[in-house]
Each structure stands twice: as C-alpha cells, then as structure tokens.
Design a protein around this ligand. Structure first.
Ligand code: HEM
Length: 148
C-alpha cells in the first residue's frame, strides 16, 4: 500500500477516508432517545440510552462492498467516523487536512531505522472501551533514524 501511495499520491485523500472507515477511532457514541422509537424490530422507549456503534456501521455489508477489505480506492466511501447530522464533527476538515499534510511528508521522506521503514501504521493499538489510540510508537533513539 505504501508503494502504491508513493506512486499515486493523488490517492492519499481516499486512503485517509479508508483508514477513517476501517479503523474507526471513535468506535461508539451514546445517545438518549427523546421519544418512543422503533428501529427495525427493536422498540426503544423515550429516555433510554442507546449506544451507536460507528465502527460496526462502518463495516456494514449492506453499506460497503466487502467491508472487511482495506481498499484505498474505495468509492463511494460514506463512512460515519465523524458522526452524522447536526453533531457532525466540527474538526473534520482540520483532521483531514492535517492527515494529508503529515502523510504526504512521510511518503516523500520515508523514515528508516536500521534499514527498516517506519510508518505511523507500525504501532501497537490500545483498544479503549469505545475508542482506539496508540499505546506505543516504537521509535528508537533519534541517532538511529535516517531519512531517505
Ligand atoms: C480523526 C480525528 C477526529 C475524529 C475521528 C472525530 C470524530 C468525531 C465524532 C464521531 C463526533 C460526533 C460526536 C457525537 O455525535 O456525539 C465529533 C464531534 C466533534 N468533533 Fe471531532 N473528530 C476528530 C477530530 C476533531 C478535531 C481536530 C476537532 C477540533 C479541532 C474536533 C472537534 C469536534 C467537535 C467540536 C465536535 C462536536 C460537534 C457537535 O456536537 O456539534 N474533532 N468528532
């Protein structure tokens, strides 16, 4: 995938969207219903709490073809990693722009350690209850790093 992106950097925005979908960082958010509601066969009374599983929705086979395949050319890619409707993430354009700038720089100047390429995907995930974050970023001491 890295080589593919280096050869076709115009794919970067779509690749970022696929990372957002595939590895939904905010896996679930809570809501409370205001009125009695029916979702499919489930009746939910007003005032009940509902956990919206964004990560699960982003892997819904009714919405995404072959949803468990990571595909940087996926179009359309209507994931809900930034939420939906009136609470849609205010920072989404900033997050997308920062990702493009950072990843573009990393693709142009790959970082190596003892000849091994280092990318931000090479870290250990820690799965919190409803979000994911990095537990470690295995960077060695600075003098061992080389830009190529
Ligand atoms: C990849 C990075 C990010 C992800 C995955 C993300 C995800 C989300 C999600 C799922 C929501 C909806 C929460 C809900 O419906 O209850 C949300 C809301 C929000 N996000 Fe983000 N976010 C990101 C980055 C940012 C950044 C960089 C900022 C600000 C600089 C930001 C500011 C906000 C704000 C203010 C809301 C509340 C919007 C509202 O309730 O009307 N987010 N975000």
């Amino acid at each position: 995938m890295i080589e593919d992106l280096q050869a076709n950097p115009e794919l970067l925005p779509d690749a970022i969207e696929e990372v957002l979908r595939y590895r939904t960082s905010i896996a679930g958010i809570l809501r409370m219903t205001r009125t009695d509601t029916q979702i499919g066969t489930i009746a939910i009374k007003a005032g009940e709490r509902v956990l919206l599983q964004l990560a699960s929705a982003n892997h819904d086979e009714a919405a995404f073809a072959d949803p468990d395949r990571f595909d940087i050319r996926r179009t359309p890619n209507r994931h809900i990693s930034f939420g939906h409707s009136i609470h849609f993430c205010l920072g989404a354009p900033l997050a997308r722009m920062e990702s493009r700038i950072a990843l573009h720089a990393m693709l142009e100047r790959p970082l190596t350690c003892n000849g091994v390429l280092m990318y931000p995907l090479h870290y250990h995930w820690v799965h919190l209850v409803y979000s994911r974050t990095r537990s470690t970023f295995p960077l060695p001491s600075l003098h061992k790093l080389h830009y190529i």
